[in-house]
Ligand binder design. Structure first.
Ligand code: PLP
Length: 397
């Protein structure tokens, strides 16, 4: 069924990815289509990116309209779609202000810089350190790699950027131990995606909120994987009953167009002044037009309740598999349409077996495969995915 690697490989690219022997030529709704005509049920969505699936009519329309109007202009000018997108995000969340950039790592860089600048502007320049958590993934730039703290990703890139210390997952004593007079921020993914769909305990997150507020430390949520409806609410922080000071978004925000954003409260925004941060492409008319359309659909009547319903259906189906195939599966984790199955085999082998059966899933750490369908997924497509997963479990046993 799968195409041969040699047909698709090339020595013209830096060899950074372990690619499946498949070349994708098209996308339709919840399916990706290979050059050989094979259809793959896409429960990977380019790692939580294609929020509305492939070829959503509203995105195609908006893209055509914006492409006719203007693609790019500098942030030296007012940009209508950027304002539109920021105002929708403002209304949909705790945010008073928004900064647009191009990717997840860049959003986290912006968030970390805002935290440092906020402390500096408030007479605490020594507070530029940030506490992060074991199992985190915050990106591949030098600072976000240091925030991630994974030694294997850091080899050969020189010393880590200073100012990051890791605490243990869900462990308040470890956070208190990591606190110093230099601590200015605490950064976490409410649900660790790459770390294996590990959901923080809401009580722990609320304690972090109380502790950080009491000490003048900012609470930063990396919602790059969890944001824009993925977990059933617009931001995952809503389910933890916690209001962060800064949230970073990317992935699902553009539905496939590269865009990132930093959402922040007014007190944080005040410390940023013209010239203190910026980007060439961030907030460009094309990206913002698409993101505004994605968010409008996600916030439209009945959309998020439906994501929660589909999330429950997927979760129930996965629970049945865990109960039926305990020799293959350990447990199910997740919220909404960010679900993880912990396997007893290597997650990468399970991922490959699913692909052989026409289902795309995404391996993560901790022996977990993630199921991240488009938020527009249908009940029939969820049933089809569960059937394929069951076939794979049967074969593994
Ligand atoms: N933060 C989280 C939670 C992520 O899942 C990712 C990517 O997987 C990133 C940051 C980095 O995003 P990007 O790859 O767009 O730089």
């Amino acid at each position: 069924m799968l195409n041969k690697t040699e047909e698709h490989g090339t020595s013209a690219l830096v060899d950074l990815y372990q690619r499946a022997p498949v070349e994708i030529s098209a996308g339709e709704g919840s399916y990706l289509i290979g050059t050989d005509g094979e259809r793959y049920l896409d429960f990977g969505t380019g790692i939580a990116v294609n929020t509305l699936g492939h070829g959503h009519p509203k995105l195609l329309n908006r893209l055509a309209q914006q492409a006719q109007a203007v693609w790019h202009c500098s942030n030296k000018f007012h940009i209508r779609s950027q304002i539109e997108c920021a105002e929708i995000l403002q209304q949909a969340s705790f945010a008073d202000r928004v900064f647009f950039c191009n990717s997840g790592a860049e959003a986290n860089e912006g968030a970390i810089k805002m935290m440092r600048r906020h402390q500096f502007a408030n007479g605490r320049p020594e507070r530029w350190h940030c506490i992060t958590f074991e199992g985190a993934f915050h990106g591949r730039t030098l600072a976000t790699l240091s925030a991630t703290g994974r030694q294997d990703f850091q080899v050969g890139f020189g010393p880590a950027v200073p100012g990051f210390v890791q605490a243990k997952f869900n462990d308040l004593a470890s956070v208190e131990h990591a606190l110093t007079p230099e601590t200015g921020g605490i950064l976490l993914e409410p649900i660790q995606g790459e770390g294996g769909v590990r959901v923080f305990d809401p009580g722990f997150v609320r304690e972090l909120r109380a502790l950080s507020a009491e000490r003048g430390i900012l609470l930063l949520f990396d919602e790059i994987q969890t944001g824009v409806g993925r977990t059933g609410t617009f931001l995952a922080c809503e389910q933890f009953n916690v209001t962060p000071d800064i949230v970073s978004l990317a992935k699902g925000l553009g539905g496939g167009v590269p865009i990132g954003a930093v959402l922040c409260c007014e007190a944080v925004a005040r410390s940023m002044v013209p010239g203190s941060h910026g980007t060439t492409f961030g907030g460009n008319p094309l990206g913002c037009a698409i993101a505004a359309e994605v968010i409008s659909v996600v916030l439209s009547d009945g959309f998020l309740p439906r994501v929660r319903e589909m999330g429950r259906m997927l979760g129930d189906g996965l629970d049945r598999l865990v109960a039926g195939y305990p020799e293959v599966l350990r447990e199910r984790r997740g919220r909404g349409l960010l679900q993880g199955l912990q396997t007893r085999t290597a997650a990468s082998s399970f991922e490959r077996a699913c692909l052989e059966h026409g289902l795309i899933v995404m391996a993560a750490a901790d022996s977990v495969v993630r199921l991240l369908p488009p938020l527009t997924v249908s009940a029939e497509e969820i049933s089809a995915a569960i059937e394929i997963l069951e076939d794979v479990c049967r074969e593994c046993f």
